[in-house]
Design a binder for this molecule. Structure first.
Ligand code: UDX
Length: 430
């Protein structure tokens, strides 16, 4: 079975390369010619560990190719994975325009049977709409199957997640189509959960929302820990030893960001309201996340007396380590507020760049950690890159004017930092 990936963003490129790695012939389609050209030359359009090597390998072996022409791509491939984006509308609902465009292209250009799998995160009952859009675009009826096959990979560990998924969810009505889907993943040693499409669609949102709930719960608990004088990391370690709770996604910090959690929570809340019900817990999850940055800026400002004229090093721009993605990154909101408060910022990230539109004479991105901390009154750590954990903090202190470190991700050892003479503040460790 030849596979077509429609949409060469983060999920599309990773999925395509993983299928190439599993031995399938893959074509990647995207209307963006520049993206197609770049990928055809072996250059990824985003940073993700391990994907560049896989891209070189499978381009050289002829297992993957990229095109901006949908006609041949749709006709030559029996299986189509939809990996297009579903950004947020202003009201928080998922924008399905790219899904609809893909469906209309498929309907218009298909000449024989297709198995279409939806990896994009889409609201419940989108599969039904897709079927209608495809049929409406067909010049004459041609059969196809639609399945929902949500993706759970994380940026920064996408390859590992896609090659070793905890589960493969397939939502479909036709047992033959489900059998074909299983054949595509046969080499992965992962359990399947087979269900109907709208359940599969909801599983994706429900999973992301649950993970975000864990984070907001711990972040709110961290505020209590600060008042009581206990360390949130000790509390979560003790909690996580209960196998029913587990250790994952219990790290307190300045809040969750990225292209999925904030968007998906808004979409799920919108979906609930459309079905005339509510998800009040999720409203609170969102509220805690939105107040997390103002909460910490208030504490930091109090500790420094004021940000006015203070030189501050911001470490980590990306929303998490091992990615250059800055969508909904807490660092951006922090920098904007600090600039409003007339601080001077020197910013460092191992890979990510400041957004093009974010300019100020009091904002400068530098290339090294040393340059960032040189002469600064305080450091704010926004994402937990290993480089920051492993840094020589004794030496860095000799470069700083002040000695305050605000650790927004609880990366550093507070006792060790205090021994080195720092005025160290983590999150939820008083
Ligand atoms: C998430 C889901 O994990 C993944 O399954 C889905 O496919 C896409 O959305 P991603 O956004 O790439 O993946 O990153 P993730 O590792 O989940 O982190 C999201 C945010 O939560 C980051 O800002 C991270 O810093 C934050 N986070 C995560 C915490 O604050 N504490 C934690 O314990 C874990």
């Amino acid at each position: 079975m030849n596979i077509l990936i429609m949409g060469l963003g983060y999920v599309g490129v990773t999925t395509g390369l993983v299928f190439a790695e599993l031995g399938w012939k893959v074509t990647g389609y995207d209307p963006d010619r520049q993206k197609v050209e770049s990928l055809s030359q072996g250059a990824l359009t985003f940073y993700e560990p391990g994907l560049d090597t896989l891209l070189d390998k499978h381009l050289a072996a002829g297992n993957i190719r990229f095109t901006a022409k949908p006609g041949i791509a749709i006709r030559e491939n029996r299986v189509i994975f939809l990996c297009v984006g579903t950004p947020s509308n202003e009201d928080g609902s998922a924008n399905l325009q790219y899904i609809r465009q893909a469906a209309e292209n498929i309907g218009k250009l298909m000449r024989e049977y297709k198995l279409i799998a939806v990896k994009s995160t889409v609201p419940v009952e989108t599969n039904q709409k897709l079927a209608q859009w495809i049929q409406a675009a067909q010049p004459s009826p041609v059969s196809f199957d639609l399945v929902s096959n949500p993706e759970f990979l994380r940026e920064g560990s996408a390859l590992q997640d896609a090659l070793h998924p905890d589960r493969i969810i397939i939502g479909g009505h036709n047992s033959l189509a489900i059998k074909q889907m299983k054949a595509l993943y046969a080499q992965l040693n992962s359990p399947y959960f087979i269900t109907e499409p709208k359940t599969a669609e909801l599983i994706k949102y429900a999973s992301n929302a649950f993970l975000a709930t864990k984070i907001s719960y711990v972040n709110e608990l961290a505020r209590l820990c600060d008042k009581i004088g206990v360390n949130i990391s000790d509390v979560t370690e003790g909690m996580g030893m209960d196998r029913r709770i587990g250790h994952h996604f219990l790290k307190a910090g300045i809040g969750y960001g990225g292209s999925c959690f904030p968007k998906d929570i808004h979409a799920l809340l919108h979906m609930a309201s459309e079905y005339e019900t509510s998800l009040s817990i999720l409203e609170q999850v969102n509220q805690v996340n939105q107040t997390q940055i103002p909460h910490f800026i208030g504490i930091w400002e109090h500790k420094l007396s004021s940000f006015f004229g203070k030189k501050v090093a911001i470490l980590g721009i990306s929303f998490k380590p091992e990615t250059d993605d800055i969508r909904e990154a807490p660092s951006i909101a922090i920098m904007k507020t600090l600039l409003d408060k007339e601080a001077e910022l020197k910013v460092h990230d191992p890979i990510a760049k400041l957004p093009a539109g974010m300019q100020s004479e009091r904002l400068q991105q530098v290339n090294t950690l040393e340059e960032a901390v040189y002469g600064c009154d305080a450091v704010i750590l926004c994402s937990e890159w290993e480089q920051y954990r492993a840094a020589d903090w004794a030496r860095l202190k000799t470069l700083m004017s002040g000695c305050t470190v605000f650790d927004g991700r609880n990366v550093l050892d507070g006792n060790r930092m205090a021994e080195l003479g720092y005025f160290y503040h983590g999150t939820g460790n008083h």
